[in-house]
Write a protein that binds this ligand. Structure first.
Ligand code: G3H
Length: 549
């Protein structure tokens, strides 16, 4: 926190003046977060919470009377463990030992409920996008992208499930056994998304879990919580009661008792491996809980001597600084060959100098306020540690901050002793190392606790092939001449070591949230008659040959 009496540097002044006064906020991006009542969704009902409330604090500070401060844009329920458990009990009742209306509903029935939901979701696009921008500081443009990508994901998930169901709508006959194999839900799923993709990464687990017939308890992230409010009514209207429940509050207080209850069958969590380990250990029978986890990462880039430097710089800038470096797939460290390091650094600094920094609604803005409390000081701590170990800040104003605006810092040279070499900074710092032997990069990847992705920049096919063969068993995706990323969502998204458990993609997610179940019988006349009768009379939602078009 910068005290009012302190003299600001010109860079700090510049950052300070980026924050708007109330009158300077364009009318079309204003929100009235306070209009949202503290509602929660329990057992199919939207209920008003009359207990303690948590403030929703926006990283977009407002400048008033010479003071620049975070703004409170709304309030959400601050549940205690007992109230949060009600959400779990509702989901358990809706699951009803797998005999509930939703888990036994036909695939066609579940698909039409999700189709109805996505239609309702489209109606609140503007509202959700605006809340997202105010809650997490994501640019308006990227907030729209996140919303649209999520809608697209749901539609593709529906198509993928139709395909799965078509393939399962037939019987097999093998070794005298007639069988039908389908995918069945697992039970009660606790879904917890992260603040950086509060809609997308919540829904990319919530929707596949839901459409496969599981029942859900959703705990929105600390930042990016209010944006779920406009969608609660749609959940209440589109799904049977208790199938989707939303709980709110301090995760550290409410999730422990939920885990200890042993009532969670599936944990879908995007966050840190440290927290994931705690949650897993709290479950009394962890082997009964399927885990779908997206965790930490420290994705590196290798820029080889023959790389197209302009392209490498472009990709490294977007890779490391999109949404201020707050992406799990972000490039978090760069290894650049010593023969091109000076040229690379100069171009990198020039490109970063040109990135517009400001409020998320400004056209073309690339660097915006950071939502996490005290984040700027934590980032500053990482930089200071590097400076004491011989590194320098290469760009003008790098590491300067004012309240929630933090100017990106290119830090060089980063050596193994430096925290930034191994810690995931999850913010606008670009650590650069110079290497002379590829072994240094290979050692980094091998010794890293993380194994999500990496990027290789170069043009020699033989060298590229050798690196690929040495690295494919270390990370889950190697990107050639481009930044690391999750998309397209049809591709598998996962990681090794501390980076993930299970694989997400549109089709993989359907598998993650279900288990194969089959009905089998000896292929004799009596059994054939029974099966035939069930199918032709359409007595069963499971055993049938309906073909969804
Ligand atoms: O934060 C992790 C996200 O899944 C990354 O997705 O690569 O599309 O930004 P993205």
């Amino acid at each position: 926190m910068i005290m009012a009496s302190q003299t600001l540097t010109s860079f700090e002044e510049k950052l300070k003046s980026s924050f708007p006064t109330p009158e300077n906020i364009p009318a079309e991006v204003r929100i009235d977060g306070k209009k949202y009542e503290p509602l929660y969704l329990l057992d199919g009902k939207l209920l008003k919470w009359d207990g303690t409330l948590d403030d929703v604090s926006s990283p977009i500070c407002i400048s008033e009377n010479g003071q620049v401060k975070r703004t409170i844009i709304g309030q959400v329920p601050s549940m205690d463990a007992t109230s949060a458990m009600e959400g779990v009990y509702a989901a358990v009742r809706a699951w009803d030992n797998g005999r509930g209306e939703w888990p036994t509903m036909s695939v066609k029935g579940r698909i039409s409920a999700v189709e109805k939901f996505v239609g309702r979701m489209r109606l609140v696009r503007e509202e959700v996008v605006r809340l997202m921008m105010w809650e997490i500081g994501k640019s308006l443009e990227d907030s729209y992208k996140e919303f649209d990508r999520t809608v697209d994901y749901i539609i593709k998930t529906i198509d993928a499930l139709k395909e799965v169901d078509r393939n399962n709508s037939r019987f097999s006959l093998d070794d005298g056994v007639i069988a039908q194999v389908r995918r069945s839900p697992l039970g009660v799923c606790l879904s917890m998304g992260p603040f950086n993709y509060p809609l997308n990464e919540t829904y990319t687990t919530l929707i596949p879990a839901l459409i496969m017939g599981n029942t859900l308890v959703v705990k929105p992230p600390k930042f990016g919580v209010l944006l779920h409010q406009p969608l609660l009514e749609a959940f209440a209207e589109c799904f049977p009661k208790g199938v989707v429940n939303f709980i709110y509050g301090d995760g550290a207080k409410i999730i422990g008792p939920i885990m200890q209850s042993g009532l969670i069958d599936v944990l879908a969590f995007i966050g840190s491996s440290r927290v994931a380990d705690i949650l897993k250990h709290q479950h009394p029978r962890p082997h009964r809980m399927r885990c779908i986890l997206g965790l930490d990462a420290k994705n590196p880039a290798l820029v080889m001597p023959d790389a197209d430097i302009d392209l490498a710089v472009r990709e490294c800038v977007t890779g490391s600084l999109s949404f201020n470096g707050q992406r799990c797939t972000g490039l978090k460290i760069m290894f650049v060959h010593s023969s091109i390091i000076d040229q690379f650094l100069k171009k990198l600094v020039d490109a970063i100098d040109k990135l517009p920094q400001g409020m998320p609604w400004e056209k073309g803005v690339k660097l915006t306020p950071l939502p996490e409390f005290n984040k700027a000081n934590i980032l500053k701590g990482y930089i200071d540690d590097a400076l004491t170990k011989g590194a320098k800040i290469m760009n003008q104003g790098g590491g300067t901050f004012y309240e929630t605006l933090f100017h990106p810092a290119v830090v060089y040279p980063v050596i193994p002793d430096v925290k930034l070499y191994s810690i995931e900074q999850f913010g606008p710092i670009v650590p650069v190392c110079s290497y002379s032997d590829e072994k240094e990069f290979l050692d980094f990847v091998t010794n890293s606790n993380y194994g999500q992705q990496l990027s290789l920049f170069g043009n020699n096919p033989k060298i590229m092939a050798q690196l690929i063969d040495r690295l494919t068993n270390q990370v889950s995706r190697i990107n050639i001449n481009c930044q690391c990323q999750r998309g397209p969502d049809t591709l598998p998204f996962t990681g090794r070591k501390d980076s993930a458990e299970a694989t997400l993609s549109i089709s993989d997610a359907l598998r993650c949230f279900s288990i194969r179940s089959l009905v089998a019988a000896q292929s004799n006349e009596n059994n054939k008659d029974i099966v035939q009768s069930i199918v032709t009379s359409r007595y069963s939602n499971f055993l049938n040959t309906d073909f969804i078009l």
